[in-house]
Design a protein around this ligand. Structure first.
Ligand SMILES: Nc1ncnc2c1ncn2[C@@H]1O[C@H](COP(=O)(O)OP(=O)(O)OP(=O)(O)O)[C@@H](O)[C@H]1O
Length: 328
């Protein structure tokens, strides 16, 4: 029986991944974000089984979005599991109406950060899988994203100066977590909204991926996750290079002027990234492709050329060797 013999190939794989990528060092305080679904249950069980090797202090946090009629029952279900596993349990319940998936995600991360800050957890871990990575890639591809959006689910991300988000399951597919839950009889809480085809994400998972599996590649999730992995390293390299060039091209670290002579000698990929960073700093939000193209064109435009106004009324204008940000 598997339940009396908890070391499986999945345990070995996660153990290897954690070591190779140095995701969760020994003796750390780790907060596991558990929705109750198959992925986060598998994650919690795997970390629990590896705990003695790594000497972590583990805890579980569930966030109640108050979205479904069974939200409270879902939270109680996760709490009972935490008790069974003898792990500290935190519950965050929203007091605002969360109107979209994006709003829910934003609130959830904020809630997790608050718990981590209060009780000193340096790591928050989530159960995102290779399947999520593949779906995110496809979703962003249909929206015209560049490499940054296609690699978007990363192994680690700084949430604050002291708290990192870690996603240890990015090489495991949802099929594997389902099998793991079945092997260990983990009680999955099924989220009924996961089946609703009105959400694009769900259509990708329930219609597009099965189509690709059947007609193109049975291993399509792993293949797409691999693409995301390759892109991740390339994006990191390009973004760091763009940051260095931007520093060189900025006058006295001013965010409102940038030297276009320096930019002219760099490849278009870097020019776009530098101008995106420049715009983001001045606009205060992520610029669109068209906005980046408009300002990038100024690198080679005649003196005094300018863009039409950006939201808020500011324009960018060429002044000899400089592109200047001019507020209205
Ligand atoms: N309500 C929640 N409370 C705590 N953590 C959550 C919650 N919802 C999602 N998460 C975390 O974010 C990860 C990804 O969320 P996503 O919505 O893609 O997954 P899910 O469909 O809710 O369920 P699961 O990934 O557990 O199967 C989850 O694996 C989990 O770690």
């Amino acid at each position: 029986m598997l339940s009396s013999q908890p070391w499986t190939p999945l345990h070995a794989q996660i153990h290897r991944t954690l070591r190779k990528r140095q995701l969760l060092p020994k003796n750390q305080n780790i907060l596991i974000a558990v929705s109750g679904g198959q992925d986060s249950l598998s994650l919690a069980k795997l970390l629990l089984d590896l705990q003695s090797k790594w000497r972590w202090k583990l805890a579980i946090c569930h966030c109640n979005h108050r979205w479904r009629s069974d939200s409270e029952a879902n939270a109680n279900h996760v709490e009972k599991l935490a008790q069974k596993w003898q792990l500290p349990f935190y519950l965050s319940v929203t007091n605002q109406e969360l109107k979209s998936e994006a709003a829910a995600r934003e609130w959830r991360y904020q809630a997790l950060i608050e718990v981590a800050q209060t009780d000193n957890y340096g790591y928050i871990v989530t159960g995102h899988t290779a399947s999520d990575r593949a779906e995110t890639l496809l979703y962003n591809l249909t929206r015209g994203s560049g490499a940054d959006g296609l690699q978007s689910l990363t192994w680690r991300r700084n949430l604050t100066e002291k708290i990192q988000l870690i996603r240890p399951l990015l090489e495991i597919t949802r099929l594997e977590t389902a099998q793991f839950c079945s092997d260990f009889q983990l009680p999955i809480w099924t989220d009924s909204t996961n089946e609703e085809l009105k959400y694009k994400r769900n259509r990708i998972r329930l219609e597009l991926i099965p189509y690709l599996k059947q007609n193109f590649n049975p291993q399509v999730e792993k293949a797409l996750a691999q693409t995301a992995e390759l892109l991740q390293a390339e994006v990191e390299f390009l973004e760091n290079t763009a940051q260095e060039i931007k520093q060189k091209a900025s006058l006295n670290a001013s965010i409102t002027q940038i030297n276009r002579l320096i930019l002219r000698s760099t490849p278009l990929a870097i020019q776009r990234r530098v101008m995106r960073q420049f715009l983001q700093e001045n606009l205060g939000f992520a610029p669109s492709f068209e906005q980046i193209e408009k300002i990038t064109a100024l690198i080679t435009a005649p003196n005094r050329s300018c863009t039409d106004p950006f939201p808020g009324g500011a324009i960018a204008q060429v002044e000899n060797d400089w592109i200047c940000w001019k507020k209205s």
